[in-house]
Design a protein around this ligand. Structure first.
Ligand SMILES: C[S@@+](CC[C@H](N)C(=O)[O-])C[C@H]1O[C@@H](n2cnc3c(N)ncnc32)[C@H](O)[C@@H]1O
Length: 157
């Protein structure tokens, strides 16, 4: 959505990266596994995943945010996630942090490989009910859950 792009590009002219989400502390170190950071912004979480040994792809609508990510090891894709189709059975970890898109959320169980992790952290503006959320992630082992604010780390069985 062009409006979102303009809005975020304006913000990213001055925003600087914050520390990564503490939910990443639940993720073990690894080698040669694939991570996807949906709406990853300035890459604070992507960098933490890279440090854990993942091959990281970050998608975001803001070309300004993406241009500020200096790490060449992160694969950066600038696109609008509205109507995006995530490849199936592709990732070992997917994160959706401080961004919400119900259509993408519903694709995640099929996009993760078995034993893959999903990290979700939303903001109050985009609430999702616990019942609806756990219907989508019913086959996941719950590693961490907090309802308010809504934060989840799960592992696909
Ligand atoms: C609150 S920021 C969170 C960034 C990052 N996940 C983090 O935790 O630091 C929301 C992000 O969503 C991105 N975004 C918003 N709408 C989008 C869309 N339709 N497609 C892709 N990215 C989008 C923005 O550019 C922004 O980087």
């Amino acid at each position: 959505m062009i409006k979102e792009k303009l809005k975020w590009n304006e913000k990213y002219k001055t925003l600087t990266p914050k520390p990564p989400s503490t939910l990443l502390d639940f993720i073990p170190e690894t080698k040669n596994k694939k991570a996807l950071d949906l709406a990853g912004g300035l890459g604070r979480n992507a960098i933490a995943l890279l440090q854990k040994g993942y091959d990281v792809t970050l998608i975001d609508i803001s070309d300004i945010a993406i241009s500020k990510i200096n790490n060449p090891k992160i694969k950066k894709i600038c696109l609008d996630l509205d109507n995006y189709i995530i490849p199936q059975n592709e990732y070992d970890i997917i994160i959706m942090i401080k961004y919400f898109n119900l259509d993408l959320l519903k694709q995640i169980p099929k996009s993760l490989k078995n034993n893959g992790y999903f990290i979700f952290e939303t903001i109050n503006k985009y609430p999702i009910g616990k019942t609806e959320f756990f219907e989508i992630f019913k086959d996941f082992e719950i590693i961490f859950f907090n309802e308010n604010p809504f934060r989840f780390v799960g592992k696909k069985r």
